[in-house]
Design a protein around this ligand. Structure first.
Ligand code: PRX
Length: 634
């Protein structure tokens, strides 16, 4: 059977007989301490989803202990520091020992099964060790991206009721210092359930320590025994919580569990990237995002892969940095985001061609739609037309890749995410839930369960049901708009809801709006997205000031700072417009479509505005666009 035939046969089986298909894959990828009794059960009305019930396993055991017999001296992590010329190789044996030491330390500090541990770290080996150690003792990690502000960190710590935080004195990215410990101090100023903070001395800088709460990581960890018996966990025990933005309200704590997630991470990693044991695999995503969880940590390490862990940014100290790393470590598989590809494309081909890329075999893309120009550049210049491009579509909620142009199976089509993975049944539907004709866009839904999908929103199962399973009953709603052609290829166009994707960062308009209205002189705010050549999407914000305030030039800066303080720098709007009134429908809804058009200067085609309760707002808005109270970030 060739690959195409095998894909077709497996796909059919995975849909017609999921239990049989996934049972066979679980035998291939899982080493359980106790076997499962039932492969799968799902009910999309109550959002009750369970895989491999009865099984006992440990995810850290899969990522470490299993490799010790034959591959103890194999390199698990190639750690590449922010500054070039400083890399460190960490074997599976060392990673195992360091993880066990931290697991023992956590137990000594009173962390128990089911407790939540917040990880707020730069891209250093301890970030991986921390995730594995927490998983090993059956606690639940909540990794918070180092770019989040103290307030955003506070909100996440509070929502998950974390007991302990693991952080570093500071991080270094692109030559800039990130004051992580200072952020944690600020985040914990208003009391939370956190009683202890473990601080890694990552740079020479000394930071203030709170004697009642803070402990140096090395003082607590380094003397611990290098062995720890992994705790057998139930298949559906929680593994981690990861916060992600939605179209309404505060970010959701997406909860993933043990067996289904691990199997899906391992199998998709192996199959999609055509993993070979001698590969040098590099996923550039931060561990603070789902790509970092699934395709930097759990997928590759469960397969015993050698993974590059990069602390820095694509353009520091020069736009050659990525290609230097590829050359130096002989990277075979590169998995990165369109934003990075576009930025590097803009810097010029000479930075790429100056470095030997003959080791590259596969190039992956994730996080946002890849525009055909960036696709072509990635394919032709970076991969020298030799390496297939894997445009992989998935989400924090899905746990792993759902759509991709699988190697040897699908055609290469720029901008098209390709075909469904096993067990994945995509459909494109209109508002009434009817399947759209081929090539007609609609809501991308998934009609069947797969093992890697999220199980609930931490602490709010009702929200899980309402967000994902209500609009099209009996189906999972992705929130994306897509179209599918006659051959089944899916092209994802972007979000269909009020979620923006800026440089691959998922940001809810509601979050930014509430950050803006929390500023004392703003009474109302509306945020919309605009296309952007570099970041894919950019954000425009419209604010209405209190009657006794007038727009001053420094207000824009202050509002930008406000968004940075509440969420993080990466969520800053590109433009802020001060307007007297927002256009609203008679039912009181802000007409975002109109705001989007105005922000994009599409003034000649504003569409139907007859449902506006305040049609005069349109002229006022256009006026505002042309006057001084419109400003843009430098
Ligand atoms: O809109 C889709 C976009 O990213 C969203 C998921 O974001 P997040 O949960 O942060 O996970 C990102 C990494 C998996 C999706 O709803 N997205 C992701 N991959 C693609 C994409 N859009 C188009 N093409 C992709 N390949």
């Amino acid at each position: 059977m060739n690959k195409k035939e095998q894909y077709a046969a497996w796909y059919r089986q995975s849909i017609e007989n999921p239990s049989q298909f996934w049972e066979a894959r679980a035998h291939d990828y899982l080493s359980c301490f106790q076997p499962w009794q039932k492969v799968c059960y799902w009910d999309y009305t109550t959002a009750d989803i369970r895989w491999f019930e009865g099984a006992k396993l440990n995810v850290a055991y899969h990522c470490l202990d299993r490799h010790l017999q034959h591959d103890a001296q194999k390199i698990a992590l190639i750690f590449e520091r922010d500054e070039p010329g400083q890399s460190e190789h960490i074997t599976y044996q060392t990673l195992y020992e360091k993880t066990c030491q931290l697991a023992n330390a956590l137990l000594q500090l009173g962390v128990r099964k089911g407790d939540r541990v917040c990880i707020y770290l730069p891209m250093i080996p301890e970030a991986v060790i921390a995730m594995l150690a927490v998983a090993r003792i059956g606690a639940i990690h909540s990794v918070v991206f180092g770019g989040f502000s103290p307030q955003a960190l506070h909100d996440r710590i509070k929502d998950a009721d974390c007991k302990l935080v693991i952080t570093a004195n500071e991080g270094v990215r692109g030559g800039k210092v990130v004051p992580l410990k200072a952020n944690v101090d600020q985040a914990l100023e208003i009391p939370t359930s956190v009683t202890q903070v473990l601080v890694i001395q990552n740079t020479q800088t000394k930071v203030p320590m709170n004697v009642l709460r803070d402990l140096y990581y090395h003082e607590v960890v380094n003397h611990q025994p290098k062995h720890h018996e992994p705790v057998p966990l139930d298949a559906e025990d929680p593994l981690f919580i990861l916060y992600t933005s939605g179209s309404t309200g505060k970010p959701k704590g997406v909860l993933h569990t043990q067996a289904g997630y691990l199997l899906y991470a391992a199998f998709t990693f192996d199959y999609v990237f055509d993993y070979q044991p001698q590969d040098i695999y590099w996923c550039t995503a931060d561990v603070g995002w789902i790509t970092g969880h699934t395709y930097l940590v759990y997928g590759p390490l469960s397969q015993g892969a050698t993974v590059v862990l990069f602390e820095g940014t694509p353009q520091y100290p020069t736009p050659s940095r990525f290609w230097q790393v590829v050359e130096q470590h002989r990277v075979t598989t590169l998995y990165t985001a369109p934003t990075a590809i576009r930025a590097l494309m803009g810097a010029g081909d000479q930075y790429v061609t100056a470095h030997d890329r003959s080791s590259l075999r596969v190039l992956g893309s994730v996080g946002e739609p890849i525009n055909p120009e960036a696709w072509q550049w990635y394919y032709q210049v970076v991969g020298e037309k030799r390496c297939p491009i894997l445009d992989t579509w998935w989400q924090t909620e899905t746990g792993g890749i759902l759509l991709a142009p699988f190697l040897g199976v699908a055609e290469q089509r720029p901008g098209c995410a390709g075909l469904p993975f096993f067990g994945v049944v995509p459909a494109i539907v209109d508002v009434a839930g009817n399947i759209t004709p081929p090539d007609v866009a609609g809501d991308l839904i998934l009609r069947q369960a797969w093992p890697g999908q999220m199980r609930t929103v931490f602490g709010d199962h009702k929200r899980f049901v309402q967000t994902y399973f209500r609009k099209h009953s009996g189906c999972y709603l992705s929130g994306d708009e897509a179209k599918q052609d006659q051959q089944g290829y899916v092209t994802v166009r972007g979000r269909a809801d009020d979620v923006m994707n800026i440089s691959g960062h998922r940001i809810g308009t509601a979050e930014v709006e509430s950050a803006l209205v929390a500023y004392h002189c703003v009474i109302e705010a509306a945020v919309v997205s605009m296309p952007d050549a570099l970041s894919g999407e950019a954000m425009a914000a419209y604010v209405v000031l209190r009657a006794d305030y007038i727009w001053e030039s420094d207000l824009e800066k202050k509002l930008m700072q406000q968004v940075s303080a509440v969420i993080g720098k990466f969520a800053k709007p590109k433009k802020i417009y001060c307007v007297e009134v927002l256009p609203k429908t008679r039912s009181g809804k802000i007409m975002r479509r109109l705001l989007r058009k105005i922000a994009n200067h599409e003034l000649s085609d504003l569409g139907d505005v007859s449902t506006l309760a305040n049609p005069e707002s349109v002229t006022a808005l256009i006026d505002a666009l042309q006057k001084k109270n419109i400003s843009s970030e430098a």
